[in-house]
Ligand binder design. Structure first.
Ligand code: GLP
Length: 244
């Protein structure tokens, strides 16, 4: 789905999310959303905040699970995905904090595996993710599933790719400060979502989008696994689609 501009693409995604929340609310249900970080979803979060403030969209019946978090990471650190989500979305809407889930970057190493299993179980107990939104890293990662990730992988501790750490270096004031690891939902976890929307904006993402959409399915570019699902929509602006 290619839009001339990022603004139009962002509106499409935000309105899909809002429509889902409202339709579930009408029948007294909850919406289970999988959320992403990075620059890509910021516009979507801004539009959701606007819909909350100006059009009464309520998040009281929304439960969220974020894709990933750096490890180790303190939640109150400027670079944490907890801070990111609070600043870009949660502080501005009426979501119940107890319904927000973000992988815990503060655990001891030997507690991580149990935490990850519990994260998966919580999603399953709620009936699974209704919708997962994704960005894409220049390595082709989704969440922090770097090249080499297995299609059936679950939530786990991973080692970040060198390019991913370079791309994050500005946020951390130097690559040497970027954590080498992260906790991420797996490809298998993402695949269980009933709907998946991958977003990409600008020419900067054009070559990885070409690989993800048209390339051979391979663990070298984890986003190519999305070609195997019928529930995936790629939402692109003209720049990101320019190599297709
Ligand atoms: C990080 C996140 C990914 C995100 C990617 C792209 O690595 N863990 O979920 O998709 O960055 O980031 P951006 O949207 O800033 O280009």
């Amino acid at each position: 789905n290619v839009y001339p501009t990022q603004k139009e693409a962002v509106k499409h995604v935000a309105h899909r999310i809002a429509g889902l929340i409202r339709s579930k609310q009408e029948v007294g249900g909850q919406t289970v959303l999988g959320l992403a970080t990075g620059v890509t979803p910021i516009g979507v979060y801004q539009e959701l905040v606007r819909l909350h403030k100006e059009e009464g969209l309520s998040f009281k019946n929304v439960i969220t699970f974020n894709l990933d978090e750096y490890y180790p990471m303190q939640p109150d650190a400027a670079q944490s995905y907890v801070t990111f989500m609070n600043e870009n979305l949660f502080n501005h809407i009426d979501i119940d904090q107890s319904k927000v889930h973000i992988p815990n970057g503060t655990l001891d190493k030997d507690a991580v595996a149990a935490f990850c299993m519990d994260y998966e179980r919580k999603i399953e107990d709620l009936g699974g993710l209704d919708l997962q939104i994704l960005g894409i890293g220049r390595t082709g990662h989704i969440g922090f599933n770097e090249p080499g990730s297995a299609p059936n992988s679950g939530t786990r501790l991973v080692t970040l790719d060198d390019l991913t750490r370079s791309d994050a270096s500005r946020d951390f004031g130097g690559k040497e400060n970027v954590p080498t690891k992260a906790i991420t939902m797996g490809i298998g976890t993402i695949f269980k979502a009933r709907e998946i929307i991958l977003m990409a904006w600008s020419q900067r993402k054009a070559s990885i989008i070409k690989k993800a959409v048209e390339g051979e399915i391979s663990s070298d570019v984890p986003a190519t696994y999305l070609q195997l699902s019928d529930n995936v929509e790629f939402v692109l602006d003209a720049g990101a689609a320019s190599d297709l």
